[in-house]
Design a protein around this ligand. Structure first.
Ligand code: SF4
Length: 365
């Protein structure tokens, strides 16, 4: 089983917090579509003949693509065994016609950037849509027959309060979505939000407020019948993202387009540099090998696994690494930061927000 990720590096404008690779322009969409077909033809062998079961168009803003371009790109891939085909969308791009085109191309899951259901909070980070548009977009998708909908929200936004966060969660969880991704706002270097903080125009929320928001998030999602299966992800039973879950289980995936990452069937990680012009000039050969050591791979596995409810399976690691981790984990097991369940180490939900320091303590060197 394998997945394909397609990075669509275009947006209508840049949100203030965003450090994903994307350009605020659609001028080169047609050239992009041609190059993507060439890259796929040249690199499909990296999947080693594994059946493709998940396809994910992310970005950037895939919903910016014209329906004819999106259909053409979707038709490149072997969809026969794909059981989850996701497109990331922004609310302002959702219409009956767009939803029909996505369905016709094979999409059966939509991941929508909602971020907040408070218009002032949306404006404060440069989002282009309103809360009402986001809720209408969910209704439009459901009417069109797309029932598997994930909503993204952000906590820690400028001006956000615990109460406004609770209200965004309550409303979105009541809208019929099947999956929720909730991220804590981060101030990444190079973003407009980072510069705004440097100039004193915005301030980060206090840790104590963030902890309360995280508590509200876990509580509201549980009441809505969602499982908290990864630090930032919640799903109704059976509606976990299969594509993202395969990242966490080590299944091969092929990432196409500038900014995309891959894990080949041969265990080699590759990445396409985040540079549209360079990629357009030679899409067949743009991907570079990520020279990972065995230690890097073990530490990646620790990092990724401990952010999931399943946790880290020590029996799947080399004996030396497993022994080192078991030893380093001992004080954290005693303090409750980690729980042992059979061969697994698990970070309890209540400690997930602060798990980075625990994870660092377990790294091998
Ligand atoms: S958050 Fe999404 S829509 Fe906004 S700039 Fe980033 S990729 Fe584009």
């Amino acid at each position: 089983m394998a997945g394909i990720y397609v990075h669509v590096p275009f947006c209508h404008s840049k949100c203030f917090y965003c450090d994903f690779y994307s350009l605020a322009s659609t001028a080169r969409v047609d050239a992009y579509a041609d190059a993507l077909a060439r890259e796929w033809a040249a690199r499909k062998g990296e999947l080693g003949g594994e059946s493709v079961t998940t396809l994910y168009f992310g970005g950037g803003t895939p919903s910016i693509l014209r329906p004819d371009v999106f259909s053409r790109l979707a038709a490149l891939f072997p969809l026969q065994k794909v059981d989850e085909f996701t497109i990331e969308v922004n609310p302002e791009d959702v219409s009956e016609a767009a939803a029909e085109a996505w369905l016709k191309a094979g999409v059966n899951r939509v991941s929508m950037g909602v971020q907040s259901l408070d218009d002032a909070e949306l404006r404060a980070v440069g989002r282009r849509h309103t809360a009402a548009q986001a809720l209408e977009a969910v209704r439009t998708l459901r009417r069109a027959g797309i029932g598997n909908i994930s909503g993204d929200l952000i906590y820690g936004l400028p001006g956000q309060t615990v109460e406004s966060w609770r209200e965004s969660l309550r409303t979105l969880l009541g809208s019929g979505i099947t999956h929720l991704s909730a991220y804590c706002l981060s101030f990444e270097q190079g973003t407009r939000l980072y510069r705004m903080r440097e100039k004193g125009e915005v301030a980060e929320q206090d840790d104590e407020v963030i902890e309360r928001m995280y508590g509200v998030l876990c509580d509201q999602a549980r009441r809505a019948g969602m499982n908290h299966y990864e630090i930032s992800n919640f799903a109704r039973p059976g509606m976990e993202s299969r594509h993202n879950s395969s990242y966490w289980t080590g299944a091969p995936y092929l990432g196409l387009g500038p900014g995309a990452h891959s894990l080949g069937a041969d265990g080699v990680r590759r990445f396409v540099p985040s540079n549209l012009n360079r990629w357009l000039a030679d899409p067949e050969n743009a991907a570079e090998r990520d020279e990972e050591t065995a230690t890097d791979r073990t530490n990646d596995r620790i990092l990724i696994s401990l952010r999931t409810a399943r946790g880290l399976d020590l029996s799947a690691l080399e004996a030396d690494a497993a022994a080192h981790i078991a030893q380093a984990a001992r004080p954290h097991v005693l303090s409750g930061n980690l729980v042992e369940t059979g061969t697994h180490l698990v970070v309890p939900e209540s400690r997930w927000l602060l798990c980075d320091s625990v994870i660092r303590d377990l790294f091998v060197d």
